[in-house]
Design a protein. Sequence first.
Length: 243
Amino acid sequence: MIKEIQEKFIKDLIFNEHHYNNIDILSFIDKIDSHLKNNEKNQINMLNFFRFQSEKEYIRPNYFNVYIFSLLNRSIYNNIKYGILEIYPKTDFISSVIFQNSHEYKNLEELLALNKLIEADKLTQEILCKLAGKNSQNRQWLYFTEIKEIKNKDLKNINLLWNLYSHGKFGFLIQRNIWLNTNKNWKKFWSQIGWINNNKWTRYPNEFVWNIKNAPAGHLPLFNQIRGTRVIESIFNHEAWLS
């Protein structure tokens, strides 16, 4: 089984907006859990494999190695946690490999790697406000007309972090795909992603689902729908998803 995990570990990037419905991904992640969680010997094996691959500069982030990275980073064994930090300080695996250590994404990746989803969601909104310009950064919320100021690569990078750390379940592109599949029907969309329950808005923060396993696909990151749909619609219509 460890050999099979290692083979999945070095697969090419498998990011795809349709993977939120891919049972094979979640099924294999369950297998990773059963072989690595609370098993120091197997974790040491994977840590050494992680180190070996990183030295070869051979790693391309995918759902499986990102999950293994997160699992090792949260290990109950200190030697494992310290070992993974020697390879990627401050839990910045994707930021180091793909984003060339961009400061914008390191903190977001750290929160996602530690499954701190409330904090990651808040930081995502802060980053979007900063990327949209000084006015939105100062007021700490977005006008729909400011969304076009966010660069394609920035939206894609934020989406990539959410998508990979949620095993393909969260992110803007997943949300957009669900929205399109409902024929852009906002009520159906909100209901499907869990932002409306029994015809009532889901209350922040306690009624939202802050764990990957139990949340519906597209549940995160959040947008404030009380102000209307134009901001999130502008995100979904951004040219980032057309290029």
